[in-house]
Write a protein that binds this ligand. Structure first.
Ligand code: NI
Length: 184
């Protein structure tokens, strides 16, 4: 187990499509160890999710975990540790919601991102068994953000109005910055 360095925006690996894993790979000690590194790295950075490309491994793996008292995202509910292999998102409700997002690969920024409000994720668990989870609200946004990493997308690509982009310090100082399109 080890805390790994996190790739930052501009590194090409963040723009690659991550490779899917076979069941044999998922069950292998190498991949199980990689997952332990991902969890260590995510927790050390106080992240609520991490995708393998963020630690320079172009593989379709994501981890998610957040507690109600997370320093970077307070008041967003809880999600116990979830490890997803080869995840695929299906939109269940296209009606959009907007949340202020941040990313360990795009440090010290927050941006307002619109995404479908309800989704399902099909994936393989750590025993390589197929699972399906449905998510709505903030959790749906977190899933879509993490799984986007596996397709070379960053949340910043989805910020529609750069007026809704803020440094974290200013975001905190000026409170919940009012989204530009809602300013009349
Ligand atoms: Ni991210």
């Amino acid at each position: 187990m080890a805390i790994r360095k996190i790739a930052r925006m501009g590194h090409p690996i963040l723009r690659e499509q991550a490779r899917q894993l076979t069941k044999e790979e998922i069950l292998s000690p190498q991949i199980q160890n990689l997952v332990l590194d991902m969890v260590d790295t995510m927790r050390d950075a106080a992240g609520i999710g991490l995708a393998a490309p963020q630690i320079y491994e172009s593989l379709a793996i994501a981890t998610l975990e957040f507690k109600a008292d997370n320093a970077r995202y307070p008041d967003m509910g809880e999600q116990e540790l979830l490890v997803l292999f080869n995840p695929k998102v299906t939109v269940l409700d296209e009606k959009e919601q907007a949340f202020w997002e941040g990313c360990l690969s795009v440090p010290d920024l927050r941006g307002l991102v619109h995404r479908p409000r309800k989704i399902a994720v099909d994936y393989l668990d750590q025993e390589a068994k197929p699972q399906r989870i449905e998510a709505e609200g903030f959790l749906a946004t977190v899933f879509q953000h993490e799984l986007d990493h596996l397709f070379g997308r960053l949340y910043i690509d989805l910020v529609r109005d750069t007026k809704n982009l803020s440094f974290l310090e200013e975001f905190r100082r000026y409170g919940n910055v009012k989204p530009a399109e809602e300013v009349d």
